[in-house]
Unconditional design. Structure first.
Length: 326
């Protein structure tokens, strides 16, 4: 324990569904028994950003990977010996009970199955929102998605719902070709199969008569972000970056291509305002417009949580539901 960082031990997990057990004295937005999903992104609904349609980034409770609660930085968790356990993203859902700030909780239609409601807490909302809210993909448009993990496939699902006519998936895993079709992917590119003579952006330009209208980077590699940008169309091509670059590499793009009308935008939580947009996504599921079931590939109990991580590392799982009562 002495050799661990200050913010360890920590309760991880940030994508969840739950039922409110109790609320604080000044909380009137929720009551015991409410079906809810926690979110890593807060929404106070009062600051200039929350009141603007141009942003989903609350400026009063800014997103941060903090070890405690957002208001005072303290922890609400202790172990059996009374020693502090730290928070993660303000959610800490790998536990039977958690404590979440009121600004990071969204009331949900209880008719949405818990296993699927979890997806709206982060992954599905991020991907679908990026196509729907951030890019505003238009019917008949072309889309290229770099990385067909759960978020990338959620982008494909969002593009499908928006009516895109050509959805190109780019991934080095050949198994993603068939998987992508379930989410609306119409064309697939494996960069390893192209060889060095034809870069990805050239292949996409040939498929789309000049470049994709919308490109999404869903991995978090600066080089891939540049590939996505180069694959977008001159004049109006838009590149949306969802991946988090963790290696410190800078994003290097050609200023000449910027002059030709291309644009790049970052996307946090897919541009989704949690309290107003997640219920809309839930309604889209209830209306059979948004298909969430296909994201769930495995289920385990909390005691087998390490099995869920193994499946993820092996590339065998999109989303594994972790049940607290099984």
């Amino acid at each position: 324990m002495k050799d661990l960082p200050d913010n360890i031990p920590r309760i991880f997990g940030h994508e969840a569904f739950g039922v409110v057990e109790s609320v604080g004295e000044q909380v009137d937005e929720f009551a015991a028994g409410d079906a809810v999903v926690p979110t890593f992104l807060g929404q106070c609904s009062e600051c200039v950003d929350c009141r603007s349609a141009r942003s989903n980034m609350c400026s009063k409770y800014r997103f941060a990977v903090r070890p405690g609660m957002p208001r005072d930085g303290t922890t609400r968790f202790t172990d059996g010996q009374g020693r502090p356990l730290h928070h993660f993203f303000g959610v800490s859902s790998f536990a039977e009970y958690t404590v979440v700030d009121v600004n990071q909780v969204v009331k949900l239609n209880p008719a949405v199955p818990p296993a699927l409601a979890c997806l709206l807490s982060c992954g599905a909302s991020t991907g679908v929102g990026a196509a729907w809210k951030q890019a505003k993909v238009e019917p008949g448009s072309s889309v290229a998605i770099f990385g067909l993990g759960a978020v990338g496939l959620a982008v494909a699902e969002g593009a499908r719902i928006c009516g895109a006519s050509k959805i190109i998936g780019v991934d080095i895993n050949p198994e993603k070709c068939e998987l992508g079709k379930k989410f609306g992917v119409t064309h697939f590119i494996n960069p390893k199969e192209l060889g060095e003579e034809k870069p990805v952006h050239q292949a996409i330009a040939e498929m789309t008569d000049g470049g994709a209208d919308y490109c999404f980077e869903c991995i978090g590699l600066a080089a891939l972000m540049n590939d996505a940008f180069r694959s977008s169309r001159d004049g109006w091509g838009k590149t949306i970056i969802l991946g988090v670059e963790m290696h410190g590499a800078p994003l290097c793009i050609s200023p000449h291509e910027i002059l030709h009308g291309k644009s790049v935008i970052g996307s946090m939580f897919g541009g989704v305002k949690p309290k107003q947009d997640i219920p809309i996504l839930a309604d889209k599921y209830m209306n059979k417009e948004l298909e969430l079931d296909k994201f769930i590939t495995h289920e385990v109990g909390l005691k087998d949580i390490n099995q869920a991580f193994d499946l993820l590392l092996q590339g065998k799982s999109l989303r594994c539901t972790i049940w607290m009562d099984k």
